[in-house]
Design a protein around this ligand. Structure first.
Ligand code: 3HC
Ligand code: NAI
Length: 701
């Protein structure tokens, strides 16, 4: 046995316990330990049944992701599971926490499964660019049927233990002690004379339905909803094999398809995304003994677009929140917006009416600052004007209790200047939510010059409480996300002057994998936002930097995007589908003519490089300035806030995979042709010269 797996005898029952913190992943030691333990139990004539349970907070959460890409070490997981399933003594898996991926596959290899009521089971491999490679695609459909198996394997979303019982994946639910429940179940098996019931020998899930039709339908769904993704189609092919081939051949086909996924570049990118998200929560220079403050009550100032969404985020997490507006009329508008947004979720079926009322009851509207005296955190989301922020922070300083966190949701103003409006700048931090704040997962936590460690740790803890992905950023115009997107949007617009249409640019970037093109995005958020930013930047940036002018022309014509029915595109009333805007055509021609540009057709690769490498070059500057802690943090921001395709790992990982020398060569060409916006970032030049990547530089820091 290994340290990670223990075998003990409880009378006639062999109890096998896995102990491999934090999530009992199936690393080499666990695989070896499991094989030995099951073999010992099989060989021991005293043993009549086997219980498999786990220590810690969860059942096995899958293969050890850190081992992918390294040389495989025997025994492989399929071998271990084959030995478990082949055993002549009945075995029961006792599931608590989450049985995920290889963890569920091990449980499916056991002959029976019981789960604690609050447990979840799932096959999330597709989210890592993989498919269940240890029999999951062959065994799950045999129990749950092809439709449910396809749903679980292609979406990767776990299901509750109760649902798992409904679909014959789990036999019984239990409450209380794991070992007691497992041993009691095993004793019942022995008493009732029930022997092994091997999942691989079951067929009920495969019978009596038109499996081919289900597979065709899933293909159509994947083509529509997951274009460009490599592993979902292989997931379907593996399940299809289960419907057509005997177990042994189906398992072989699954292994081949798994190997294809393992070798695909998307796997590397998606696993990078997984670890980057977890890494982002760690702050390099924060002493380990810093403890976050407790948050029992929140407040939000400003009940506009952002304020309402932020208040809803607190309510969704069960935190009572006071929403403050300038007057009762504005307040009622804000509260109504929260109600309408929840009501839309109820209508869609994603929320019950009871939950809606519970959440709304947590949001208390107020107009008097005195009501904020007990708040543990206050998030300001008023107009983006320094004067207004000053008024608000001075009042907060006067009324809030000592130790309250004073946060600003500003997207571009200087947080240090805002902090200076108070006598407690160490308690001020930026909490930069993304719109719609109740939906978007990203939270940029802006660390001011004077923000204390404790406040920073609390801000990260708030992010966790609100189920956000929090990333620490430093103070600069636009922080990380918007500072980079400004470069991206500007280059997209220069492409319009060179000859492209918004539809071509958006289409090229969507084909690259972006959730939305830059022009559809701008139409959605409103062109006046960008206009205000450009106005501010024109006042401070060197005069020789040229700005594109199409957006200004649209603004001058009152075409501000969806809210005015036209912008880069035209919209029919009540319909968000972008249609060609004929009034844009003369503006494009005029913009080109004013700069003496001969309009010409642009190819897709050029469009993509021009926009994406603009992100990368700025990202490199951000990294070198220390505005982001690590290149993977920039990736997390782009994956969670800007619709960057997860299968490309984020802009910095994508640049690494293209090769920084190639990226630099393009940046230099663009610098020579398009001017100083494209001045190569010194870090990009340095790494390209050294043949290193952003990821390697990060690791070497
Ligand atoms: N392998 C290695 N490390 C893992 C891991 C895994 N499968 N799952 C989680 N970890 C690590 C995390 O990186 C993190 O490490 P850190 O503390 O050093 O940052 C630590 O475990 C805790 O993880 P979380 O912060 O995510 O903890 P949570 O409690 O929030 O969530 C979880 C726990 C739901 C298990 C979540 O970690 C998760 O979803 N893990 C991935 C599960 C998965 O994808 N399994 C399938 C793997 S592929 C597979 O099994 C292939 C097979 O079919 C052959
Ligand atoms: P908004 O204009 O929709 O809402 C602002 C609200 O603040 C209004 O309802 C107004 O009545 C209220 N308000 C103004 N002065 C106030 C005061 N002194 N006290 C109390 N309430 C006051 O603006 P929006 O879009 O919600 O933006 C708010 C802040 O969030 C800004 O700093 C903005 O830069 C930032 N932000 C905006 C994002 C967006 O996509 N709209 C994204 C991220 C941040």
């Amino acid at each position: 046995m290994t340290d990670a797996v223990r075998l003990e005898l409880q009378g006639e029952i062999a109890l096998i316990t896995v102990n491999n913190p934090p999530v009992n992943a199936l690393g080499h030691a666990v695989r070896e330990g499991l094989l030995q333990a099951f073999q010992s139990a099989e060989a021991d004539s005293q043993v009549r049944a086997v219980v498999l349970a786990c220590e810690g907070s969860t059942f096995i959460a899958g293969a050890d992701i850190k081992e992918f890409g390294k040389p495989p070490q025997a025994p492989s997981l399929p071998e271990v599971i084959e030995a478990i399933e082949g055993s002549t003594k009945p075995s029961v898996a006792v599931i608590h926490g989450t049985a995920l991926g290889g963890g569920l596959e091990v449980a499916l290899g056991c002959h029976y499964r019981i789960a604690r009521k609050d447990a979840k089971v799932g096959l999330p491999e597709v989210k890592l660019g993989l498919l269940p490679g240890a029999g999951g695609t062959q065994r799950l459909p045999r129990l749950a049927g092809v439709e449910k198996a396809l749903d679980m394997i292609v979406s990767g979303t776990p299901i509750s233990a109760a649902e798992a019982v409904e679909h014959h994946i789990v036999d019984e639910l239990f409450e209380g002690d794991l070992r007691e429940a497992g041993l009691a179940y095993a004793r019942r098996l022995v008493d009732e004379g029930r022997g092994p019931r091997r999942t691989g020998e079951q067929t009920q899930g495969l019978e009596g339905v038109d499996n081919e039709a289900l597979i065709r339908a899933k293909h159509a769904e994947v083509a529509k909803r997951m274009p460009g993704l490599f592993s979902p189609l292989r997931c379907i092919a593996a399940v299809e094999a289960a419907t057509k081939l005997p177990l042994a051949e189906g398992l072989k086909r699954e292994r081949e398809l798994f190997a294809e996924c393992l070798n695909s570049p998307q796997r590397g990118a998606l696993i990078h995304s997984f670890f980057s998200e977890r890494q982002a929560g760690k702050i390099n220079d924060l002493p380990a003994d810093v403890k976050p403050r407790t948050i029992n009550m929140a407040a939000v100032i400003g009940g506009g677009t952002m304020g309402v969404g932020i208040a809803m985020s607190f309510a969704n997490a069960g935190v009572p929140v006071k929403l403050l507006e300038i007057n009762d009329e504005a307040l009622q508008r804000g509260l109504q917006r929260a109600r309408d947004t929840y009501a839309a979720s109820v209508k869609r079926g994603s929320l019950t009416e009871d939950t809606m009322e519970q959440r709304l009851a947590l949001v208390e509207g107020v107009t008097d600052y005195a009501a904020l005296a007990e708040a543990d955190v206050v998030v300001e989301a008023v107009f983006e004007e320094m004067g207004v922020k000053q008024q608000v922070f001075e009042q907060l300083d006067a009324v809030c209790k000592p130790g309250a966190i004073l946060a600003s949701n500003t997207s571009s103003l200087d947080l240090d200047a805002i902090a200076a409006f108070t006598k407690r700048p160490e308690d001020v931090v930026g909490l930069h939510f993304f719109s719609p704040a109740n939906v978007m997962r990203l939270l940029e936590v802006v660390r001011g010059e004077k923000t204390s460690n404790e406040v920073l740790a609390t801000a990260m803890a708030i992010g966790k409480q609100l189920k956000k992905v929090s990333v620490v950023v430093g103070v600069c115009d636009g922080f990380v996300g918007n500072r980079m997107v400004f470069q991206y949007g500007r280059e997209a617009e220069f492409l319009l002057e060179e000859g492209a249409t918004p539809g071509q640019v958006d289409g090229a970037l969507r084909n690259f994998g972006m959730a939305m093109g830059p022009f559809a995005m701008r139409d959605l958020s409103g062109l006046d936002i960008g206009q205000a930013i450009r106005k501010r930047q024109r006042a401070t940036l060197p005069a020789h930097l040229d700005f594109p002018t199409v957006s200004d022309k649209l603004c001058a014509a009152g075409m501000l995007g969806q809210k005015t029915g036209a912008g880069y595109y035209r919209y029919e009333p009540g319909n968000r589908t972008p249609l060609e805007n004929p009034e844009l055509v003369p503006m494009l021609e005029a913009a080109s003519q004013e700069k003496g540009i001969q309009r010409k057709a642009l190819d897709e690769q050029y469009i993509v490089e021009r926009c994406i490498f603009a992100l990368v070059n700025e990202g490199a500057k951000i990294l070198e300035e220390g505005i982001a802690q690590r290149s993977s943090d920039i990736d997390v921001i782009y994956l969670n806030g800007y619709g960057f395709p997860a299968f490309r790992g984020g802009p910095m990982f994508y640049a690494d995979s293209v090769g920084l020398d190639t990226v630099l060569a393009r940046v230099k060409e663009l610098h020579a042709r398009c001017g100083d916006w494209w001045k190569p970032a010194p870090l990009l030049e340095k790494l390209a010269a050294e043949g290193r990547t952003f990821t390697e530089w990060q690791a070497g820091q």
